[in-house]
Design a protein around this ligand. Sequence first.
Ligand SMILES: Cc1cc2nc3c(=O)[nH]c(=O)nc-3n(C[C@H](O)[C@H](O)[C@H](O)COP(=O)(O)OP(=O)(O)OC[C@H]3O[C@@H](n4cnc5c(N)ncnc54)[C@H](O)[C@@H]3O)c2cc1C
Length: 424
Amino acid sequence: MKIAIIGAGISGLLTAYYLKGYADVTVYEKEADAGGLSASIAHDGIRVEKYNHFISVKDEEFIRVVSMLGLEEELQWARVKHGFILGDNLWGMNTPGELFFFSHLSWTGKIKLAKFMIKASLRSDARDLQDISARDWIEKECGKDVFRSFFEPLLEYKFTHFEDVTAAYLWARINEGKKNKIGCLRNGLDVVFGELKKQVSQKAQVLFNSPVKKIVKNDSGLWRVITNREDKLYDLVISTISIKQTSQLGPELLKITGDLNRIDYLSVSSLILAVDQPLKNGWWLFMADQGHGGKFGMRVVVDAFFIAGKNFVYFPVYQRQSQESIIEKEQLLQECFQVLKRINPGFNEAWVKKHYFFQDKFVEPVLNKNFFRLLNVLPEDSKGLYIHEAVFQEGLLKTLNTSAIKSRIIAEQIRNNDVRNNSG
Ligand SMILES: Cc1cc2nc3c(=O)[nH]c(=O)nc-3n(C[C@H](O)[C@H](O)[C@H](O)COP(=O)(O)OP(=O)(O)OC[C@H]3O[C@@H](n4cnc5c(N)ncnc54)[C@H](O)[C@@H]3O)c2cc1C
């Protein structure tokens, strides 16, 4: 069996890893190297992820992948603190005691919030939350006060306009588990990609600088995959790019994905600052309000002080593609410096030894009611086309862990279907 995989991010390479040796697998990647959204850049003799990447202890599948690749020694964990920057105050959100002193919430709000968090953590899935908006869910469970003071900043940061975002998304975020203990690879995710490339290339082909331009189904039911260099036939195609981008690769694909072509996506613009000291010792994540003149709404600052023993500050900004305005590097840099000074008044721009700016589109779909309604009509295996993003119930958020789960599941489905077809 011949299988084409589109994309050499974590999903594409892991799916290839599970299918190598079983089928004749070719991975097509448009860029010169692997990694996709979790790719790394070279900085001062080390490799550092272009976007901030951390895992939680709940990310069991990804942790298993790290061990499977023989990289368990690379995994490191840190106890960290996170909090809100409101005005010029830093409010820690790490202990019941800190919540007790958080003056932006009433006493009844604090009690309702604590009860709600316990209840939400006991839920096993969010299927019944797909049709309810995040706002309606929280206001019903905890009241308007809690929504405004606690959850609205989170949703505003990610979506700016969040009225259509479902409770299912918020539940997944609450249960992500990345709170006071986070993990990362000592030498960055690049080591995972290095090992995956090595092991996959032994039994499969990984072609870089090979963007898939078009996919056509021929009369014998095989898929023609057309790149800038090749035109080859495959029994199956596995797409790890967004449903929307997949549908643009040919009329047959558009027919399969149907109205899913209308779903909205988030894009991201992000700064990495290489700084010569931690922003605030022991702290990891800050959610900052607009403060003094911030232009884009709530902001998140990630202080990644333990990647390869160096300090990096990430300043990622998400936008909905349907409502996008252009974010320029200089503008974001000025805004970032203002926020950093509010986090640590001693922060000085001279701390920043180098900075980088990255932007990506189709980072993740907006989980609104429309998305779930459309997704429910898309078969996961449609006439030999598998789309990672459509294997949705396996994890609502797009993370390394859910990518790893989906890769395994798609590989298992392909093997099982093959056994069934052969025995029939
Ligand atoms: C700012 C930010 C922070 C994040 N933080 C975390 C985190 O802390 N923890 C976590 O678990 N996850 C995090 N993520 C999510 C994580 O990066 C993604 O879930 C993961 O990288 C998705 O991998 P993927 O392989 O599914 O997709 P991608 O990484 O998008 O890979 C798709 C690949 O397909 C290639 N491609 C596109 N079009 C074509 C084409 N036509 N032909 C050939 N190749 C093509 C792309 O170049 C890319 O390499 C974060 C993401 C962002 C943006």
